[in-house]
Structures are given as C-alpha cells and as structure tokens.
Design a protein around this ligand. Sequence first.
Ligand SMILES: Cc1ncc(COP(=O)(O)O)c(C=O)c1O
Length: 481
Amino acid sequence: MNNASEFEKAVAIVKEKAIEGQKTVNGQNNVEGPKAVPGQKAVSDQKVVHDQPVFDHQDIAFFKKTLDILKRDYGNVLGQNLKIDMQRGKPCVEQLELANEMLDWNSAPFKCEDGTESRNYGGDLCGIPECRKLFADLAGVKRDNVLISGNSSLSVMYDFIVKAMLLGVYGAEKPWLKYPGKLKFLCPSPGYDRHFKVTEVLGFDLVTVRMNPDGPDMDEVERFVNCDDSVVGIWNVPKYSNPEGITYSDNVVKRFAALKPKADGFRIFWDNSYFCHDLYEEGDVLLNLLEECKKNGNENMAYIFLSTSKITFAGSGVSVAIASESNIKHIKSQIATQTIGPDKINQLRHARYIKNAETLKKIMMSHAAIIRPKFECARAVLEEEFSENGLCQWNNPRGGYFISLNAPDGCATRAVSLAAQAGVLFTGAGSTFPYKKDPNDRNIRIAPTVPSVAEISEAIKTLSLCIKIAYLEKQSGSLVI
Ligand SMILES: Cc1ncc(COP(=O)(O)O)c(C=O)c1O
C-alpha cells in the first residue's frame, strides 16, 4: 500500500498533539502511548490513553490529504469485488473432511458396550457407556459426572438455564423465576455473543465483568456473586476464550471454586468448548473446575460443557455436560419427561472415532495443521500494518478459533461497516459485549478458519485499511466517504 508513510506521519502528529494536550492539562508529560504488543495474552489488559488532541488547520489539512489517499486505495479494493466471510468460528471444508470416515460405517455393529441397540429407543438417558467414559477420561472426571446430548452444546446450555428458571437446580429451595426481583447473569467481556444473547432473550440483566489477561476480574466476580442474591449465573469460556484466546490461570479457577454465592441456586456455566483445540503441539493447561469445587465443598456449583462441533462435524456432533453426580441425577430426572432417548448412533460413532486422549490429540493436530497458517497469516498482516504505529492491539492465541483485535476507540463500528461494503465480513462490532454495546467501540472479532490463507491476507489488509480510514475520519472530523 503506497499510503504507508503518509499515514505513519499522520499518526505521529496525533500522538504528538495528544502528549502536548496532556502537558497542558497536567503541566507534565505523563502519557503512555498505545503500543502494539504482538504475543500478549489479553487485549483487554492493554493500557490505552484516550486523549483529545487539539489540531491546527495544517494538521487537519494533512489528515484530509492522507484520507484521500486511503480512500483511493479503498476504491481499488471495492473494485476487486471481494467476498470473504470471517464472521463465525466455523471449521473449513478441509477440516470437515478429516472426520469423513465416521460416515462410512454402514456395516458397523449397532450394539453398544452394554448391549443397548443404538438404533432403537432405550438405553441410559445420560448417554451410552462408551461415550460417557470417553469424555469422562478426557475431562478427568467420573462417568457418572457425564451427560451426553445432541449436536449443539449451546442448546444444552440454553436448556439448563430454562430448567433452572422453571424447575430449579439441585439443592436450591426454589426455581430461579421465584426469586424476587430481576435476575442477573455475569458476562465476562469481551465474550461469546451467543452466550450473552441466550441470557438476554430469557430476560436476565446482563452484567459486564472485565476480562484480565488470566481470566475474569475475580474481585468483581466475588463482589457480585458473594454479595448479590439476584446473581444466579456467570458465563465462561475458560480455555482459549472466545474471542481473546485466554486460558484462565490456576488462581482464577481456584477463586471460582471457592465462591460463596449469596443465591443458593447459583451456577457457573463453564463452556469448555475449546478444551482440546490447541494450535501448537503443546497446549495450555486448564485446572479441573469440578475437582477444585469439590475441595471447597462446592461441587454442585459448576456446570461444565464440551462440544465436538470443531472436532468432528459442526452440524452433527455430540455435546457433553459435566457436573456433580447429584446434579446429573437431578437433570436426568427432568430430562426423562423431555425425551425418550438421545441419538445413540451418533454417540457410538463419536466414541469409535475419537477413541481416547491419544487419538484425539492426533485429530486435533490435523486440524491445527490446516488452521494454524491462517492464524499466523492474519497476525503477520496485523504486525505489518500496526506494529510501527501502535494503533491496534491484538492477541496471539495458542488455540481456539478467534483473534481479538482492538482498534482505536470509536473506530470499530465504522471499520467493520467499511469492510462489509468492500465484501469482507466480520462479526458485528459490539457483538463481544452484552447487548452488543462495546463501551469503547473498539473490539473486532476475527474468525480466520474458513477462508484460504490468500483470502485472509486480503481480508486483514482490507480491515486494516478500513481501520486507518475510520481513525483519520475521526481525527479530521470528517465522516463522509
Ligand atoms: C464458546 C463456544 N461455545 C459454544 C459454541 C457452539 O457450540 P455447539 O456447536 O456445540 O452448539 C461455540 C461456537 O462457536 C463457541 O465458540
């Protein structure tokens, strides 16, 4: 892009004026300029100073001239008729192909380990024994802690919340809906938009909790959970979080396990969807929440969820709920009126395909070989575009499905919209926060798994150009393109 040096000059002017402005206000220079730190763990931990620099006519004229150059480049991008979708964390076709052998098992024996005929009604409502055992071993829990369900773990989470609202949870006096006043659900943010939406449509007040580099701000979590009896749940993606790729530290997990909720029916929703989704041979290690809860006499407080959507087929996987034996028995009794039985054929396929931890590791490394170059390409372009000027911050995930990018404050909505007009789609700005409202309008979620490496390079260059345009429009007070 031929705009590079002019743009760098424009950013330098903004920074200089910001420092001058700060000097005028405080009588000294105490400004820490925004820096890009490739490889950092958490975007939300970046300290970015939000100054309102004062520009003179010459500055504004230079911004406008630079903006014209950027807009010319943007016009060229429009002419390319790009069509690149980076909105959702989906496996690409090559990843789906990896599990095709599961579909070739026409002659498979249909009997489960315990003699249950998989094609018929019947069998344990919690799932077939070999599938329960597989996921119990993978999660480091007992078979009786495991309930296997249909293809969507999100719908299981939704279902558990509705059950808690209407029927109550194990050991609590009354269903959530019988509690006085409006119920609250804590939402560590940036977080997973579909989690937030579930609790929004079910009528909860969504409370944003800040994400630190090692997980949610536990001082805030403890303050809410231990002191407010209207707080009945909290969302978590504890490993390779969506979107920041953070894995919670041991200390954070231990503090979760030691919570003393004011509401007796409080539950931690621990969506460990990315439990095995390492991008590199050596993955992050997450402490076993159920085990830690047990140590604190809190074993009924945790609902843990796993999903095979990004291990086998996103549309035809199995989902897994893990909880104390008492919780599982209680939920099983509720499920008994809901279904005659789960899809046992699919459970059988999954147990036979995934087999054990060793085979799973091989499967996940095959996925990583396909998607790791895509993550690395996206990060390389971001570094090229922003490491000098320090305009954006992004994470460097070691697993999961997302890269989280922080644009300059107030620029995400405009940049995502400009990119969409150019045919490059990102998740809507704001989506990673409750009610889709990013207080800083800066977070952009990048899902790099579906497009090819060449498309990702094009898409991230386009996004970078759109961020630069949004930034200069803001500085020059011009919003017209
Ligand atoms: C954190 C998280 N949980 C759950 C899901 C959806 O899982 P499932 O397909 O099992 O409903 C996703 C999908 O992107 C996700 O990112």
